[in-house]
Design a protein around this ligand. Structure first.
Ligand SMILES: NC(=O)c1ccc[n+]([C@@H]2O[C@H](COP(=O)([O-])OP(=O)(O)OC[C@H]3O[C@@H](n4cnc5c(N)ncnc54)[C@H](OP(=O)(O)O)[C@@H]3O)[C@@H](O)[C@H]2O)c1
Length: 275
């Protein structure tokens, strides 16, 4: 698996597995754990979760799946804005560590900006780092001005934002800003939650040319930039391998031009979209 470099020099795989909506239904837990373990077996070692997903249920699924193989996993989870005060962040992190069954998180993100000053959350992140409870921290749903407003010298290691062919507003200023500062973008909802992107005729035509599937094209498109990683979610066993196939798919300049026609790049700055 190709990787990109975090600002602290460590490597981050270009593809991970999203886990939103896992852990919501106990009847599906066994299958969800199998899906996460299949991803690990195939070499998808980055797992993305959050304390708010299924009220901790997603972190529990991930925790169960990584038991006995924590060392091979790049674990990403997020603190909710409502918990992001100095003390709240520390408490939230301890809750996540317990549900995940580990003593360290590789990358801990602020899920989105809430009422707490970002500088206060960053202080808590630095405390957690010095205590060895997280290895790095980052943000999510931060627009360009939010990135610029971060304290001087802040060691932000990633910004996780909505990015797929249909939603490419970040290309106007946020993506160039992050690239210039060496901060990886984590593309969330890269399949557009299997909506309009996967049903698009151009995406289907490009896929046919490569003997690939629309999902593989959609994912390969998100990681065509060296500083972007992608975290598709699937709870379907067969789709894990399919989605992984995107990591080996190189789109040509012609492919990219056709996709630009179907989904034009932004020509003005728009506010960051999020879901
Ligand atoms: N930071 C944030 O605010 C934020 C917000 C949203 C998401 N995220 C993270 O990003 C991850 C991915 O985003 P997402 O879950 O919103 O959407 P997504 O990954 O774009 O799409 C997931 C949907 O696509 C389906 N799917 C997966 N592989 C497929 C394939 N090969 N062909 C057809 N359909 C396929 C899945 O169905 P099955 O599961 O049934 O296979 C699921 O319904 C989340 O799970 C979460 O970890 C972060």
């Amino acid at each position: 698996m190709r990787s990109t470099q975090l600002p602290d020099g460590r490597a981050m795989p270009v593809m991970g597995l999203g886990t939103w909506k896992m852990g919501e239904n106990r009847d599906r837990t066994t299958e969800e754990v199998r899906v996460v373990q299949r991803a690990l077996d195939l070499g998808i070692t980055m797992l993305d979760t959050a304390e708010i997903y299924a009220n901790g249920g997603s972190e529990r699924v991930v925790g169960e799946a990584i038991r006995g193989r924590r060392d091979r996993v790049f674990l990403v989870t997020k603190v909710a804005p409502s918990n992001a005060s100095r003390r709240g962040t520390i408490r939230a992190c301890e809750g996540s560590l317990s549900r995940l069954g580990t003593d360290v998180i590789d990358l801990y993100l602020l899920h989105w900006i809430g009422g707490t000053p970002v500088a206060e959350t960053i202080e808590a992140f630095e405390t957690l780092k010095s205590e060895g409870k997280i290895r790095a921290w980052g943000v999510s749903n931060f627009d360009t001005d939010d990135m610029e407003a971060m304290p001087e010298g802040a060691m932000c290691c990633a910004n996780q934002v909505l990015y797929n062919a249909q939603t490419r507003g970040i290309e106007f200023s946020l993506l160039p800003w992050c690239e210039a500062h060496g901060i990886p973008i984590m593309a969330y909802t890269p399949l557009g939650q299997s909506g309009r992107v996967l049903k698009n005729d151009t995406i289907a035509a490009v896929a046919r040319r490569h003997g690939a599937t629309p999902a593989q094209v959609a994912l390969a498109w998100t990681i065509r930039h060296p500083g972007v990683v992608t975290i598709p979610k699937t709870a379907t066993l067969a789709r894990v391998e399919e989605n992984l196939g995107a990591a080996a798919l190189s789109l040509t300049d012609d492919d990219l031009r056709e996709i630009d026609k179907a989904f034009p790049p932004p020509r003005t700055k728009r506010g960051l979209e999020m879901i």
